[in-house]
Write a protein that binds this ligand. Sequence first.
Ligand code: NBP
Length: 478
Amino acid sequence: MTARAQIGVTGLAVMGRNLARNFARHGYTVAVHNRSFAKTQSLVDEAGSEGDFVPSESMADFVASLARPRKVVIMVKAGAATDAVIDELVPLLESGDIVVDAGNAHFPDTIRREEALAAKGLHFVGTGVSGGEEGALNGPSIMPGGTRESYESLGPILEAISAKVDGTPCCTYVGPNGAGHFVKMVHNGIEYADMQLIAEAYDLLKQGLGASAAEIGQIFAEWNTGDLESFLIEITADVLQHVDAATGSAFVDVVLDQAEQKGTGRWTVQNGLDLGVPITGIAEATFARALSGSVPQREAARAALRADATPLQVTDRAAFIEDVRQALYASKVVAYSQGFDQIAAASAEHGWDIDRGAMARIWRGGCIIRARFLNRITEAYERDQDLALLLADPYFTDAVGNGLAAWRRVVAQAATAGIPAPAFSSSLAYYDGVRADRLPAALIQAQRDFFGAHTYRRADREGTFHTEWSADRSEQEA
Ligand code: NBP
């Protein structure tokens, strides 16, 4: 076996197969391998003419077909399968070789694996890949972690196959060990928030205008020509205008209204709690999915809970549509701002030194949250790379501020009409909370000191204090 392949892919289900084809189409000689040979064979049979593939049935032959330092991309089911592949692969590798995990690993697993492989002299590159099967084939957004040294030889190959926006690759070095998978996790969390906000906008338009799915689809198509332009708005317009072949009804009206929240959304929220970062948009989106799937509770509530709501009375349809658009944009900025706060907090905690502007740049193409306004986020971090709050960047201060009245109207109307808009309303509550001069947290601190002697700090002088609540209520410095 000649060691001639420049890169290898093991795991040839939909993602790995398409990634391998993408490498080959860019002129790389690609070693391909899968646990069961049938997938390798079918790749070579069906796509072999697209480039130079070197198929192997055994892992040993696969490794032997790679030029050194070897670059092996693992694209298998995240979790135990990844560990199984690593265990089989590692004894066959040599110092300096690069193992890339391009699956959706949880970042603590990536930190663990990187440490273990580094101890053997190997580079382990936990890499976020977004864009689904279409992205994997035609250009995904790629978020590689690991050592900078590994990026020197691996980076150009990944950049070559990534999506390009204005000629710039949607791939850059993210940071050490788990940084790439962490950023991919937050990307997916933001995706949850974005989708929930779009769903709430759709529901408000539906109930406020009494419009058909197709009509609302046209509104989304119109929105996609402005600031909201994004992949998710584009596909929403498409989905809403799709007609179910079996019934002739709008497709969205025949789909069961129960969403799933499998992995990354939950991880993002759990991590937000660990770091103490209020990612309320992502959390509301994740819980909204959980609520939709709470079937017994929904049945019990439907029969028992009163609404006492006043249906929406929309007199000026155009004004209402514009209000919802502005509320959607403002809530979306909040969700992104929170996500970038989470990246900053994790970066500080783990010493990753993540460039947030660069993350927004590599999300502009290839990935699910690709959007016109990501340019604005990159620009904001270029103006101030230590920006404490994305919302406080002058562009976003204006963009959100100009839509504030509309945002408040929409949230108030939703509450009055009994239409659940958890992400719209909690994003507004976050906005008002983060800008408040003084928060009722003061009362919470007082309560905590009362029942648990948890102490408090004073606004008027330094120090930590406790009041003797059950005695003479004198104050002591703790
Ligand atoms: P799957 O997640 O469905 O995994 C199937 C692949 O894993 C097959 O190649 C299978 O081999 C292999 N595999 C399993 Br399962 N257990 C194994 C083991 N113990 N040892 C070796 N190989 C094993 O594939 P996918 O949908 O292509 O996704 C691949 C990765 O990409 C996942 O981590 C996923 O989360 C991530 N991802 C997916 C998307 C997407 O849109 N689908 C997007 C972004 C990221 P076999 O053929 O022999 O059974």
